[in-house]
Design a protein around this ligand. Structure first.
Ligand code: HEC
Length: 208
């Protein structure tokens, strides 16, 4: 089973070879510095304490709020902010300010995270990219259909979720993945929760 998974991943990496081995400084940082630098840079403002043009600092921030979870793009707050529709509260850049990444750039960030987020000579776990039709898939093609598809798969509805101990938490379901529900809290923190630990009623709310 493990071996199968590994082979599938290898096939994925090989098939996406033009995008292979994306490196933060070389491939990602240039467009993030350009489009996000106004609010997230060494020299200028560092909103939320985040400097995207300083790899050392950025790497040290990965774990805070799950900004980048290597191998896990949908648990990475950075990707979630880019993927959200432009007018969403958690979208980056904030609505009406600055220039959004293109779908291709957003997909590069996603691929970089799936590749283990290589930065500063370090590399974390790798993970799969979404396939066509799955949540998080960013299609090529005309910008309108891309915008629609990006807005659809991750609906942002905050709800109450109850676990088997009867404890309630308020969170947005991002998606269901391998027996785990991926939730986001209001403070931006993203975490995975084993589905079997949710009450029957909450389990029934999950997409089939
Ligand atoms: C006009 C200013 C502005 C621009 C442009 C901007 N941001 Fe932000 N960003 C903020 C503010 C303000 C915060 C902190 C408040 C918040 O989390 O909403 C923030 C927070 C963040 C966070 C969360 C940091 C953390 O540790 O919790 C991430 C990730 C982020 N921005 C990414 C980006 C990216 C990527 C871009 C470019 C595509 C971008 N931002 C462009 C203003 C901006």
């Amino acid at each position: 089973m493990m071996k199968m998974k590994h082979l599938a991943l290898m096939a994925l990496l090989v098939s996406s070879s033009p995008l292979m081995a994306l490196d933060y400084e070389k491939d990602i940082m240039p467009f993030l510095s350009e489009k996000c630098g106004e609010c997230h840079s060494k020299e200028g403002k560092a909103k939320g304490g985040l400097k995207l043009d300083d790899p050392k600092h950025f790497f040290s921030r990965f774990e805070k709020n799950g900004v980048v979870v290597p191998g896990d793009w949908d648990a990475s707050y950075l990707f979630v902010t880019l993927f959200r529709p432009a007018d969403h509260d958690d979208a980056m850049p904030p609505s009406g300010k600055g220039e959004r990444l293109t779908p291709e750039e957003t997909r590069m960030v996603q691929q970089w995270i799936a590749d283990g987020a290589p930065i500063e000579g370090e590399k974390g776990e790798t993970g799969p990219m979404p396939k066509e039709g799955e949540g998080g898939y960013i299609p090529g093609g005309d910008p309108k259909s891309v915008g629609d598809a990006m807005a659809k798969p991750l609906p942002a509805v905050e709800q109450d979720w109850v676990n088997t101990d009867g404890k309630t938490m308020r969170a947005t379901l991002l998606r269901v993945d391998g027996g785990k529900a991926v939730f986001k809290m209001k403070n931006g923190q993203v975490f995975k929760y084993a589905i079997e630990n949710l009450s029957e009623e909450s389990q029934a709310k999950l997409p089939k």
